[in-house]
Design a protein around this ligand. Structure first.
Ligand SMILES: [Zn+2]
Length: 144
């Protein structure tokens, strides 16, 4: 059976390689992530207790929520914001919804361990724009 939980989070970012000025400027979104897990219903009656699943999602979002997330190539802005005391983080590649979804999938996979199968994460950049990331999309290397 599948179970899904949603969490909202806030991130400011910019897409430094974008030719679109609106994307190139530092700006924020309230994002949402839908996390879908799958597994057998246990003796406790749960695929996974929503309270526990919520904790895992919150842990995966730690370091993202209310932060500035930049691409790892955005060195000047990163250094400038750091000097100003801004809590700024980087991810590999541009901080697009797609790359954020990959990072969240990998973090959740680590948080969940073998307790349940992580089917997918859906990252909503707004009410009408989302990306979906599964295991293959996240390029998780198992046993290696
Ligand atoms: Zn944006």
């Amino acid at each position: 059976m599948k179970a899904m939980i949603s969490e909202k989070f806030s991130i400011a970012h910019r897409l430094s390689s974008s030719m679109n000025n609106r994307q190139n400027n530092l700006h924020g979104h309230t994002w949402r992530v839908d996390v879908v897990v799958e597994g057998p219903v246990g003796r406790d009656g749960f695929v996974m207790d929503f309270v526990l699943l919520k904790e895992k999602v919150k842990a995966a979002l730690d370091g993202f929520d209310r932060k500035v997330i930049l691409g790892n190539n955005d060195v000047l802005l990163f250094e400038g914001l750091k000097k100003l005391g801004v809590d700024v983080r980087t991810i590999e590649g541009e901080p697009t919804a797609e790359n954020l979804a990959k990072v969240l999938y990998r973090r959740l996979e680590r948080e969940l361990g073998k307790s349940v199968y992580l089917e997918k994460v859906v990252v909503w950049r707004s009410d009408n724009a989302w990306v979906e990331c599964n295991e293959a999309d996240a390029e998780i290397v198992k046993g290696g």
